[in-house]
Design a protein around this ligand. Structure first.
Ligand SMILES: [Zn+2]
Length: 402
């Protein structure tokens, strides 16, 4: 039986095997675009890995873009730590602020001129407008809506300001933001994981702010402008962004640009059903790295939920794969839609399985890297006379690892 997603890929003008479904493989460009607001956590790592697997399986490029336009939430050192975490699991971006690339800069705070230029296009073609509403007015609207049991939304008041009224307010130096004019219609688009999505944003939200009064763009605007200018072909991101995607598509249309293809990834949940968050320090990649978990054990652990691979027998036998194997086996059309609960205590089993994998079928490079890891982690033990050597590791591993 051809599943909905495979049908959809065929409809996109592709034929042949699933791996060949993305015909223009050279043109695949994906981005991982975190905000530097804290440590990389498991959900973020999984998004990065799926982007990486997809890019590499299609001989495409993986771009690391830092979305640092919310200056109030920036955590110092977050970018450096993020790059360290990615490198540790084996992700080396093809383009980033440190690596460089022809579509930079890759820090949004260095792209403000571009946003300023592009918002002018939308102001000129009537898709955007200046909003002079004060915070107190917006708060009042919010409170009134809540009192009446309605979802609070901006009432689009400044859409109807005349040019003269706008000029007057500008002359008196009134503070303003720029909003995008939502069109009132149901927009349909194809999610490569969830299938057809139809949504009327106008019915549910007021016109969104695209440039804040401090001159910085919002996420919705900057990610559209950057994805277009960085020639991003596929956007793979958490399903929490799915609700905003229709809005993003309307912005692409207002520019006359072709949107990329979207694939939303199901949520990772704690065992109690709550969303994994950056605030859970113990679930950060940094904390896991320091807790003697091997990088490839973590890679397998975090991508063990939610599908996405051919011949995936890991759940039955806990058979781990190398990064190279995971890239070969990755298939976007095999991702499933269900959110997955994560049990961190299973990570230890993955660690043992990783040890087994490297010792039985690891490449020379992997075995050497593994020796280095063990030496670093168990410095004292390894330097003792009669210390376990590589040949003994499978036997002594439970003692060494736990
Ligand atoms: Zn307004």
């Amino acid at each position: 039986m051809v599943c909905l997603r495979q049908r959809l890929l065929l409809q996109l003008g592709c034929s042949g095997g699933i791996h060949k479904a993305y015909c223009h493989s050279n043109a695949v460009r994906v981005r991982f675009a975190p905000s530097p607001t804290g440590l990389l956590h498991l959900g973020g790592l999984r998004t990065a890995l799926y982007n990486y697997f997809f890019a590499k399986s299609q001989k495409g490029s993986f771009i690391l873009r830092i979305e640092d336009t919310d200056q109030t939430r920036i955590v110092p050192e977050a970018v450096r730590k993020l790059e360290k975490d990615l490198k540790w699991v084996g992700i080396v971006p093809d383009e980033s602020d440190s690596v460089g690339g022809e579509y930079g800069p890759y820090l949004q705070s260095k792209r403000l001129d571009l946003y300023e230029k592009e918002v002018q296009t939308l102001l000129n073609n009537g898709s955007a407008y200046k909003c002079f509403c004060s915070d107190s007015r917006l708060n009042l609207i919010r409170k009134d809506a809540i009192k009446s049991g309605l979802v609070p939304k901006y009432d689009n008041k400044c859409r109807s300001l005349t040019n003269e009224q706008v000029e007057e307010k500008l002359k008196s130096n009134s503070k303003y933001c720029i909003r995008f004019k939502l069109s009132n219609h149901s927009e349909s688009w194809q999610d490569l994981v969830y299938g057809n999505i139809t949504y009327n944003v106008f019915n549910n939200e007021g016109d969104p702010v695209i440039i804040k009064s401090d001159g910085f763009p919002t996420y919705h605007f900057a990610n559209v402008v950057d994805d277009h200018h960085m020639k991003i072909s596929h956007v793979l991101r958490g399903v929490e962004w799915q609700i905003s995607t229709t809005k993003h598509i309307l912005i692409y249309r207002a520019f006359g640009w072709t949107p990329p293809k979207f694939a939303h990834l199901p949520l990772l949940l704690n065992l109690n059903g709550t969303k994994l968050s950056k605030r859970q320090g113990d679930m950060s990649v940094e904390a896991i790295r320091k807790s003697e978990i091997f990088p490839n054990a973590l890679v397998n652990f975090v991508t063990n939920f939610g599908g996405g691979f051919h011949d995936h027998q890991r759940t039955a036998t806990l058979h781990l794969y190398s990064m190279k194997d995971l890239i070969e086996k990755f298939d976007l059309s095999m991702l499933n839609e269900n959110s997955c609960k994560v049990n961190p205590s299973h990570m230890k089993e993955f660690n043992r399985a990783e040890l087994k994998r490297v010792m039985s079928s690891g490449t020379e490079e992997e075995v050497k890297g593994f020796d280095r890891d063990v030496e670093e982690a168990y410095n004292e033990e390894v330097s003792k006379p009669n210390a376990p050597n590589r040949q003994h590791l499978p036997q002594v591993c439970p003692r060494l690892v736990y």
